[in-house]
Design a protein around this ligand. Structure first.
Ligand code: PRX
Length: 654
């Protein structure tokens, strides 16, 4: 951990207790909260058993709550069986068949309201179409779709028949898609002709064609949903239109009951190597985390309209779009497009039009919209909003205050939710009717979540505001089960320290005198760009795959909007461009990285050098590269550098 990660510069003292108008109708009140915390500390396993029994419908009730005999490969509710799609759909039909499950708004303004009954029918019909194409329990299905209801239908349909989906964000490139398909050995790919975003068509099908041209031997069928209706080639025998695939299929499909530990999905995320890891989640434990946090943290109630702006390609879009709100019987909103189309008031117009009551987004979006001033949101009636949420990176107090004042009109609690792809659901977050919030803090762990901040030796840090490693000291149901196909990497990545006793989140954090957690950033080589995780190694591997690049090192530098921006140092084959500037090549390399990974990975800066700063043993001194990228003076000892002279060149001084 670098030293500047350990000590925190700023102590924020403002506190915002929930207003009584919120608390009075909140699901969890102070007494409930105290009871839940007490229960979790008196009987941890019993606490989780009770939540799982009360919040989920089981086909076969479980007796084994937690099996830790093969730690860190934990099992939860292992002898129980259930079906995730049944829990999200069928179980609500008796009381909510005509309730709206999904409100959809396309970027061009088209809208759809889908009831629980309609969604159940659509999911069942599509599940039958999957079966007709030979998909069975345990098969992997990759979903590469725009933010349209069919994406949720596809995910739920997989869950209904026990197939394991892996959603790949539509902004990832053909190369990234291919790698993920191949790592999962997926049998089927579900996509669309395109999606509407930023006034343009996102060419999803052509990216699929390109991925498959590069070799995806496991794919047998491609199903293509018609969204944009522009011309795309369809390959005979391999590609089927969605509307043709469901033709003649019944809208009844019995759910396949699966063991609680049966994998529900894989979701690839970046780590500190060049290869993204397929985070594997289990059915029962994951769904419990999803439904519990939708009810407790988002206080989701029957008449709420819940809008989580995340794409289903990220974990947030899984837990707070595709699964959690439905499992809780709520109404969710899905928006297809960009926040700036036709203008930057789009989010607020959607909130006004559809009477959104719970709004959950990322700090990067809040900062971007804040920069545009208060007039835009002030033009809209945001009085339906009663709760706000944020996720993905630490939110700076200035953005928090703007969110609170201008969007929340000073009466909405803000739930700052810390969690990860790996944890499946919110972990450290305020229960909004109980916990006073502080701008920039995710407050305290949820009942049943044992989070701690520890030092190098695994000892809990009790001193206020002293930073350390953020760890989870007890297994919890919604945690990842492994990395797909790589148990060893799972153990080495998440349980490497402290005798394998604690789950290592990869973040540093501190606790203040009230025990509130403040996340301070990653401790590994993972960047957080606009709330999305990217490994520095991934970007480096993409750069060195270019014929002109010999070596590359990538670091993050702070950015006002994106949180972190990507700064790349590149050593070319042959000579360095005069004065280290070559705009043409920079453009080419940025596009190249965009093609290799996706536009979010394009470096913001590229600096050319004759060499990188290395120790005598050849290790790149990233700390120095970070200093330079941030425009900071280099004050630390550079005597272990083999090539000290290179620093001047890297700083652009020679
Ligand atoms: O560094 C933390 C940051 O995002 C990481 C997890 O990224 P990902 O798996 O892509 O999931 C993002 C959505 C859950 C964490 O290790 N992070 C997430 N939420 C917060 C956060 N940092 C500070 N505050 C948060 N609320």
């Amino acid at each position: 951990m670098s030293s500047n990660n350990i000590d925190s510069a700023l102590i924020e003292n403002r506190q915002f207790p929930p207003a009584s108008e919120f608390t009075d109708r909140a699901r969890i009140k102070q007494a409930d909260f105290d009871r839940l915390h007490q229960q979790a500390s008196d009987d941890y396993v019993g606490f989780w058993a009770e939540q799982a029994r009360s919040m989920l419908d089981w086909q076969t009730p479980f007796n084994d709550v937690l099996d830790d005999s093969k730690a860190p490969h934990f099992k939860w509710f292992a002898d129980g069986t259930l079906n995730v799609s049944y829990n999200c759909l069928d179980r609500h039909l008796a009381s909510k068949a005509d309730k709206t499950a999904i409100i959809f708004e396309g970027e061009k303004g088209d809208t759809r309201h889908i009831t629980y009954q309609q969604l159940t029918d659509e999911v069942s019909q599509f599940a039958n179409a999957l079966k007709a194409k030979g998909i069975e329990k345990g098969d992997r299905v990759v979903i590469y779709m725009p933010m349209i209801p069919e994406a949720v239908v596809a995910m739920q349909a997989c869950a209904r028949i026990g197939a394991i989906h892996s959603v790949v964000f539509g902004g990832f490139s053909a190369e990234s898609l291919r790698d993920r398909i191949n790592d999962a050995s997926a049998k089927m790919l579900i996509t669309a002709d395109g999606g509407n975003r930023g006034g343009k068509i996102v060419e999803l099908k052509s990216a699929c064609d390109k991925a498959m041209a590069g070799g995806c031997p496991s794919i047998e069928h491609v199903i293509v949903c018609q969204r944009t209706q522009h011309d795309i080639p369809m390959q005979e025998g391999r590609d089927t239109w969605w509307h043709d695939a469901i033709k003649g299929q019944s809208s009844e499909c019995a759910p396949v009951w699966v063991e609680s530990e049966h994998p529900l999905f894989l979701l690839y995320t970046s780590g500190s190597t060049g290869k993204p890891k397929g985070i594997q989640h289990a059915s029962g434990g994951y769904l419990l985390g999803a439904v519990m946090t939708n009810l407790w943290v988002f206080d989701l109630q029957d008449n709420d309209i819940f809008w989580c702006t995340a794409d289903v390609g990220w974990i947030t879009g899984h837990t707070y779009v595709a699964y959690g709100p439905l499992a809780a019987g709520g109404t969710l909103l899905m928006y297809e497009g960009a926040p700036t189309v036709p203008d930057a008031g789009r989010f607020w117009r959607i909130c006004e039009t559809h009477r959104v009551s719970i709004f959950y987004t990322a700090p990067t979006a809040i900062r971007a919209l804040m920069k545009l001033g208060d007039d835009l949101p002030n033009n809209y009636d945001l009085s339906s909003i009663r709760l706000l949420g944020t996720v993905g990176e630490p939110i700076n107090p200035e953005a928090w205050m703007w969110y609170h004042k201008v969007i929340g009109r000073e009466h909405c609690p803000i739930v700052d939710t810390w969690w990860q792809t790996e944890t499946g659901a919110n972990m450290i977050a305020p229960l909004p009717g109980v916990i006073a919030t502080k701008p920039g803090s995710c407050t305290i762990p949820l009942p049943g979540i044992a989070a701690d901040v520890v030092d190098e030796n695994g000892n809990s840090i009790t001193e206020a505001n002293k930073g350390g490693y953020l760890v989870i000291t007890k297994p919890f149901p919604s945690m990842l089960r492994t990395i797909w196909g790589d148990d060893q990497r799972y153990v080495e990545t998440y349980w490497p320290k402290f005798d394998g006793k604690y789950y290592l989140a990869g973040d540093s954090a501190r606790r203040d005198a009230d025990g509130y957690f403040w996340i301070m950033g990653r401790i590994d080589d993972v960047l957080n760009v606009s709330g999305h995780r990217l490994g520095t190694m991934e970007v480096e591997s993409a750069l060195v795959a270019h014929e002109r690049v010999a070596e590359a090192a990538v670091v993050g530098r702070p950015d006002d909007i994106k949180g972190e921006a990507i700064f790349a140092y590149v050593v070319l084959r042959g000579t360095r461009p005069p004065d280290g500037i070559d705009e043409e090549l920079t453009k080419e390399l940025r596009n190249w990285v965009g093609e290799q990974i996706g536009p979010i990975a394009k470096p913001d800066n590229i600096r050319y050098a004759d060499n990188l700063p290395k120790t005598r043993s050849g290790k790149i001194m990233r700390r120095l590269l970070r200093n330079i990228a941030c425009g900071e003076d280099i004050t630390s000892d550079t005597s272990t550098l083999e090539n000290e002279d290179i620093l001047l060149q890297l700083q652009g001084k020679s």
